[in-house]
Design a protein around this ligand. Structure first.
Ligand code: M7G
Length: 332
C-alpha cells in the first residue's frame, strides 16, 4: 500500500489525471457528502464520549485497531486505521513537519516526524448501535475450515442465516438512494440485471493502491453464491463488463488490474461482488473465501446448478453459531 512505489494519481483531490496502459483518464473527484445523509458537523464530536470496553483486535503491521465500547450507553464498534502516505503530500510533509531526533549513529539516524494535522488523519469507521454479531465479527479468533455440501446448505446453513444474519438495511438504503447517494460510481437500474457500484466503506478513496468497490444487485432474492444458477449468467456478465468499464472510466484502472470476486460465506446475504485492486492484499481475498467472478461464470456455463450442488469450503470463527450447528449435525 503505502510503500508500493508506483502510486497513481490521487483520487479524491479533484480532477486529476491517471495513466493506465498508455491511456490518460480524468479521475473525477468522488468524495462529496461521505454518508449521503449526514452534514458532517453534527458528527464531529461523536467519539468524545466513547468509553472503551475491550480491544477486539489490533495490528502493528496493518496499523489498525478494532475497539468495542459504548457511546451514550449504545454498544459501539470503532475501527481506527492509519492511512497510507500519499506521494502528493510529500512536499508538504517535508516542508511543514517538525522532527525530533531519536538516535544517531554514524550515517544512520531515526526521528519522530510530526506532520501538519491534516496530513495525519486516521480513517475511522463507527458501527453504532453494534450487535453482538458485529463485536464477534471483529474479534480476533481461531478459525476452522468447514466443508458444506448442497444438502448441508439447505438443512444447516440456510435456516441458520435466516435466523442470524446481519441487517441489510444499509444495502437497501443504497439501492433506494437513502444513503451514500453521492458515492455511487455507476448504476444500471434494470430490476433484474441491474446493480449499483460504489466504493466499499473500507476504502477511503485517497489512493488507488487499495481501490475497493462493491457492486450490489438490485434484485433482492439472491442471498449468495449458493443461489446462483445459469439463469443468472446475464446478471453476472453485466456486473463484470459494466463494473470493469465504469472503474476504467472513473479511475483509469484497467480490467486486468482488478480482482473481481464474491465471498462465500458473505457477511451480508444480499448478492454483491467485490472489485479490488489486484496489487492490494484485501481482507478476505484468500482462496478459502473469495471466488473469482470469472470462475463463477465459467462454472455456471459448464454446469447450470454448480453452486447448488457442489461442496464449498469456507472459514468460520470458533464462536460462530454456524460451526456449532455443523458440529451438532456431526459434520465438523
Ligand atoms: P461481505 O462479503 O458480505 O462481508 O462484504 P465482509 O464484510 O465480511 O467482507 C460486504 C462488503 O460491504 C464489505 O467489503 C464491507 O466493507 C462493505 N460494507 C459494509 N457496510 C456495512 C457498508 C456500508 O455501509 N457502505 C459501504 N459502502 N460498504 C459497506
Amino acid at each position: 500500500m503505502a510503500d508500493s512505489g508506483k502510486r497513481k494519481s490521487e483520487v479524491a483531490g479533484g480532477d486529476n489525471e491517471s495513466k493506465e496502459h498508455g491511456e490518460t483518464h480524468k479521475v473525477r473527484k468522488v468524495v462529496g457528502n461521505e454518508t449521503g445523509n449526514d452534514n458532517g458537523s453534527a458528527s464531529e464530536f461523536l467519539l468524545s464520549g466513547f468509553e472503551t470496553i475491550a480491544i477486539l483486535r489490533d495490528s502493528a503491521r496493518e496499523k489498525n485497531i478494532f475497539i468495542h465500547g459504548k457511546i451514550a450507553d449504545q454498544e459501539t464498534v470503532v475501527i481506527l486505521e492509519k492511512t497510507p502516505i500519499r506521494e502528493e503530500s510529500l512536499p508538504e510533509i517535508f516542508k511543514d513537519s517538525r522532527l525530533t531526533l531519536e538516535m544517531k549513529n554514524d550515517i544512520y539516524s531515526t526521528y519522530q516526524l510530526r506532520p501538519p494535522p491534516h496530513l495525519n488523519e486516521i480513517k475511522t469507521t463507527v458501527v453504532c448501535p453494534a450487535t453482538e454479531k458485529h463485536v464477534k465479527k471483529y474479534l480476533r479468533q481461531e478459525t476452522f475450515l468447514l466443508e458444506e455440501s448442497g444438502e448441508d446448505y439447505l438443512s444447516i446453513t440456510l435456516p441458520f442465516i435466516q435466523s442470524q444474519s446481519f441487517s441489510l438495511q444499509w444495502v437497501y438504503n443504497i439501492l433506494e438512494k437513502k444513503a451514500e447517494v453521492e458515492r455511487v460510481v455507476f448504476e444500471d437500474p434494470d430490476p433484474q440485471l441491474g446493480f449499483v457500484l460504489l466504493p466499499d466503506f473500507k476504502w477511503d478513496q485517497k489512493q488507488l493502491d487499495d481501490l475497493y468497490l462493491i457492486a450490489i444487485v438490485h434484485r433482492r432474492d439472491l442471498r449468495s453464491l449458493r443461489d446462483l444458477t445459469s439463469e443468472h449468467l446475464p446478471l453476472l456478465g453485466n456486473i463484470r463488463t459494466a463494473g470493469q468499464e465504469a472503474i476504467r472510466k472513473r479511475y483509469g484502472v484497467a480490467a486486468d488490474k482488478l480482482r473481481v470476486y464474491l465471498h462465500y460465506q458473505p457477511s451480508y446475504y444480499h448478492l454483491h461482488v467485490h472489485f479490488t485492486s489486484l496489487s492490494y492484499d484485501a481482507p478476505g481475498c484468500g482462496v478459502e473465501r473469495a471466488h473469482l467472478l470469472s470462475d463463477v461464470i465459467q462454472n455456471l456455463e459448464a454446469q447450470p446448478r454448480h453452486y447448488r450442488a457442489r461442496r464449498l469450503s469456507f472459514p468460520v470463527r470458533a464462536d460462530d453459531g454456524l460451526l456449532a450447528k455443523f458440529r451438532e449435525a456431526g459434520k465438523a
